[in-house]
Each structure stands twice: as structure tokens, then as C-alpha cells.
Ligand binder design. Structure first.
Ligand code: SF4
Length: 382
């Protein structure tokens, strides 16, 4: 492997990792530039196995997008509709939203994940009641709801501080923040693709604040459109700096750009190789973030499975009824059962572990098929 790392231009970087020296921005760019995807994957897998061995996490969750009405105009978005009444616009009543959980009340799901458009007319108590209702139906369920972009929007719309918004939502049942809305932090790109929503500094400040208030969060990165390697690295390093400060980020989630039905439809979607490389570099740069997640809805199931050997240790969850990516042309299923996720993890040579949102183990099941489990880099590949 040493010879391979030399020819990939990654030996010095591998030595840094071995000695516990932190990678810097130039290293991150070098990782993106190496032509040897497998050498990059080998390094990322080594870091993944140092932290998690063969363990691969997922959860039994449900996604609810209560409204797609949104005043923002992100160029990559296929989900939003500007006004109520526009073709395809919808806003669930509270009863309709609660019904989605009621119908699954007896499933052993552990998390409700809610993200929405930025609706200009709903009152704040729509959101607090939404959470209260979910907790009435399933007091034990974890509510991972509202991106930092939504928190900023609520504060501006209702004349509150970000902290008041978070505290009120927490009092209503909010348990953690999802990572959406990060897109790309570099101002050059953010100005072009997401100019009229919460900026980078506020996004990070809201996560910092949430961590101070005792919440955990995830952070995403939308990749595969107009961003450069330097801007991807810059994004990851801003997450690393936040994490040095707060230790509140649980997972980093690269999100693949999907080009259907949006204003960036002339761009190609990222390739499978690009997807594997982004996840691998994230694992190597984000030395202080415990988990790197492949959101299988966005990457595709096969690529997510392969990514388990490129630094990824988490596959999100059962999801159920995802709309945001499917309105952008995703051809993945809208849901997977726990059995299906476990099977695909075993088939990749990894060990599935059902977790809750905070990564407590919910269930480990013995493997149910005949595919041999591989627990480390095979001999001879060192
Ligand atoms: S990405 Fe979010 S904020 Fe942007 S237009 Fe779509 S729903 Fe609105």
C-alpha cells in the first residue's frame, strides 16, 4: 500500500494521519486532486475503522415536510413553491401532519425528522403545536426538526431572537437540529445559489447556540454543482472549527446535488466516484466529528453501500415519504424497511446497528444471510 500511496501523492498525508497531525486545507485539496480514488478510500476507511470498526449505524425514522411554501429562491431547489395556491404548493394542517405519525404510532420508530419551506404566513404556534402534538402521540419519539435556516427565518418573521426561538421550540419538544440549509459556506457560491436565506455566519452561530443550549445537531454540505475543491475543503474546515469549540455536531452529511426540475438543471449530477471521494475526504478532514453519513436517498442505494468502504459509518434511516429529493428527480425508493437496510449493510461486509438519534444502540441483530462479513482491510492490502 505504501507504494500506492506514494504514486497517489498521499504518503506524506498518510504519515500525518499516523502521527496524529491534523490535516490542513492544502491536504484537503490534495485529497480531492489525487487521481487514485481507491488510495483515498483506503485512507478514509482506515480512519473509519479506527473509530467504528465494521459498525454501521442507521435509525428507524420518518420524515415529514409540513409545507413546501417558501419565500426563498435557492437555485438548486425543486421542492419549494413561492406562494400558497401555486401549482404543487402544499401546507399540511396540524391534524394532517400528526396523522402521519399516528398512522405509524405502533412502529418502533425512534425519530421524527421535520424540515420545511420558509412559509411567510403561518403563525409561530403552528410549529410549537406541531411538536407538542407529536409528543402527545409518541412521548418517547425524538424530534429532530427545523434547520438553522428555518430558525433564522422564524426569528426574523416573528420578531424574536434566535435564542428565544430555540428555547420556545425546546419547551414544545424539540430535541435536536437537522443539518440542512448549510449548502456551501463559501460566500462566492452561497451568493449565487442561495442568496436570500440565512448566511453562513448565522447558520454556524445557530448551531453554536443550539449546542450551548444542550441540543445536538448535524451539518450537511451540498456538493456537485458549481463549488470548487477549495470551497468544499473550506466548508469542511468551518465545521471542524465549530466542532472544536462545541463538540455538538454528531454527523457530517454530504448531500448530492440533483439537477431535475430546478434552475440548475443544465448541470450534470455528481458521479458515483465524486460522491465516494467527497465522503472519504470528509472522514479524513473532520477528525473531530464522530460520524460521516451517506444519505442513501441522495447518493443512491448502491453508492451508499459502497461508501461504507470510503469513510462512511452511517446510512441515515428508513426515511419514509421523502419529498425534497424525489421532487428533484431522485430515483431511489422513498423508504426502506429496517430489514432491507440491515441486509444491504451485511451485504457490504459491515455490521448494522440500529441507533437512536443520539447514537445510543437500539438493537443489534445477528446477520440473517450468508454473505461473509469483512471486518477490516484485507491482508495484503496494507
Ligand atoms: S432549499 Fe429550502 S430555503 Fe431554499 S428554496 Fe428550497 S425550501 Fe426554500
Amino acid at each position: 500500500m505504501r507504494r500506492r500511496l506514494v504514486s497517489a501523492g498521499l504518503l506524506e498525508l498518510a504519515d500525518k494521519l499516523d502521527s496524529g497531525t491534523r490535516l490542513d486545507a492544502a491536504d484537503g485539496v490534495a485529497l480531492f486532486q489525487t487521481p487514485d480514488t481507491l488510495a483515498l478510500g483506503w485512507l478514509a476507511n482506515r480512519e473509519r475503522e479506527r473509530r467504528h470498526g465494521a459498525r454501521t449505524y442507521f435509525n428507524h425514522n420518518i420524515r415529514i415536510e409540513a409545507t413546501n411554501v417558501c419565500v426563498a429562491s435557492c437555485l438548486f431547489c425543486s421542492f419549494a413553491r413561492l406562494k400558497p395556491g401555486d401549482a404543487g404548493a402544499y401546507t399540511l394542517s396540524l391534524e394532517q401532519a400528526w396523522d402521519k405519525l399516528r398512522r405509524r404510532q405502533h412502529q418502533p420508530l425512534t425519530e421524527v425528522h421535520v424540515v420545511n419551506g420558509l412559509h411567510p404566513d403561518l403563525p409561530f404556534d403552528y410549529y410549537t403545536e406541531l411538536l407538542r402534538g407529536f409528543k402527545r402521540i409518541r412521548p418517547d419519539v425524538h424530534l429532530k426538526c427545523f434547520t438553522a435556516v428555518e430558525i433564522a427565518f422564524f426569528a426574523d418573521l416573528y420578531g424574536m431572537t434566535d435564542e428565544q426561538v430555540l428555547r420556545d421550540l425546546m419547551a414544545a419538544g424539540l430535541d435536536s437540529l437537522p443539518g440542512g440549509g448549510a449548502e456551501i459556506f463559501a460566500e462566492r457560491v452561497r451568493r449565487k445559489i442561495a442568496h436570500d436565506k440565512c448566511g453562513t455566519e448565522r447558520y454556524l452561530a445557530i448551531h453554536r447556540l443550539a449546542h450551548r443550549l444542550g441540543l445536538r445537531s448535524n451539518v450537511t454540505m451540498l456538493y456537485g454543482h458549481i463549488e470548487t475543491a477549495d470551497e468544499r475543503v473550506d466548508h469542511m474546515l468551518r465545521v471542524r472549527t465549530l466542532q472544536d469549540e462545541t463538540r455538538g455536531v454528531q454527523a457530517f452529511i454530504p448531500l448530492a446535488f440533483h439537477p431535475d426540475h430546478n434552475q440548475m438543471r443544465k448541470l450534470p449530477a455528481p458521479t458515483a466516484v465524486d460522491t465516494l471521494r467527497v465522503h472519504a475526504v470528509a472522514r479524513l478532514l473532520l477528525d473531530n466529528v464522530p460520524h460521516v453519513k451517506a444519505f442513501w436517498i441522495a447518493t443512491g442505494v448502491d453508492v451508499a453501500q459502497t461508501a461504507l468502504w470510503f469513510g462512511v459509518d452511517d446510512l441515515d434511516g428508513t426515511v419514509q415519504e421523502e419529498r425534497i429529493y424525489h421532487m428533484a428527480g431522485a430515483s431511489t425508493p422513498e423508504a426502506m424497511s429496517v430489514d432491507q437496510i440491515e441486509r444491504l449493510i451485511w451485504a457490504a461486509g459491515r455490521e448494522p446497528i440500529e441507533r437512536d438519534t443520539l447514537y445510543n444502540v437500539v438493537r443489534r441483530r445477528p446477520r440473517g444471510d450468508a454473505v461473509p462479513r469483512v471486518t477490516s482491510v484485507p491482508a495484503g492490502h496494507e
